[in-house]
Ligand binder design. Structure first.
Ligand code: C5P
Length: 242
């Protein structure tokens, strides 16, 4: 177990454009969810100060900035993120084994210096927005499933202890990866939730299905933050897991 919050596997994506909206969600949902995911939009708007302030509330923070650069630069970025004492940080596995090792080593070394638990470095394989044609466009001839497997194994061999994966990849990845590798899954849609207008998650699973397939953590955005009552929505999801 990576963190005591593990018993509540719900990570709410704070996909909102302002600090004010983010605080509303953090204030109301703390204690009802396992943690909060801060992505590129909110981080670019509100920066490390917001991350620190949320951490001061003792909330579990997943910093989803998907680092992808030369190993030295990723190493320094991971150190900076680790100094914010976040619990999860994403990197692109297509950055290669040297970059992945540099990320993991940086997290371990900085956490040791600061006397804190190292964050879980999470590898992102193939973005779910990409299809076979999009992969070919960037010179990858392998089919998506094969490419996901290849990158997942590369990440695990490079010491990465967690992966972000689509709900439909959980079963396959559980078969090929060491069981200690944690799987974090977006694309979750509760069975009882109202349909979301213009929903772009085409291949969703329910929270229970994803956990049963082997996910450790669920990243859930709109079904919670866009619900009429986000606390009720989160509680209903947690209830559906028991
Ligand atoms: O609103 P929804 O539940 O679809 O939000 C899912 C969250 O997970 C968003 O922050 C989205 O960017 C993220 N995500 C995803 N698919 C991936 C990786 C991340 O939906 N493959």
């Amino acid at each position: 177990m990576n963190h005591p919050n593990k018993k509540n596997p719900i990570l709410v994506a704070l996909d909102v454009p302002s600090e004010e909206q983010a605080w509303k969600l953090v204030d109301s949902l703390s204690g009802h969810v396992g943690g909060f995911k801060i992505g590129l939009e909110l981080f670019t708007t509100a920066g490390p100060a917001l991350v620190q302030a949320i951490r001061e509330r003792n909330a579990f923070v997943f910093l989803d900035l998907k680092f992808h650069d030369i190993p030295n630069t990723v190493s320094k970025a991971v150190r900076a993120a680790t100094r914010l004492n976040v619990q999860m940080i994403t990197v692109h596995t297509c950055g290669g084994s040297q970059m992945l090792r540099a990320a993991e080593e940086a997290a371990q070394a900085q956490a040791k210096e600061d006397g804190i638990e190292p964050p879980l470095i999470l590898g992102v394989t193939v973005l779910t927005s990409m299809d076979g044609a999009a992969l070919q466009e960037v010179g990858v001839e392998t089919a998506i499933g094969g490419q996901v497997q290849r990158l997942a194994l590369l990440a695990a061999e490079s010491g990465i202890r967690g992966l972000v994966c689509s709900p439909l990849e959980i079963t396959l990845l559980r078969q090929i990866l060491p069981e200690t590798v944690q799987l974090i899954t977006p694309g979750i849609r509760p069975a009882q939730a109202q349909p979301i207008a213009g929903d772009d998650q085409k291949r969703a699973l329910t929270p229970k299905e994803a956990i049963e397939a082997g996910a450790d953590w669920l990243v859930i955005g709109r079904p919670i933050y866009a619900a009429e009552d986000p606390v009720q929505a989160a509680s209903d999801i947690l209830e559906s897991l028991s």
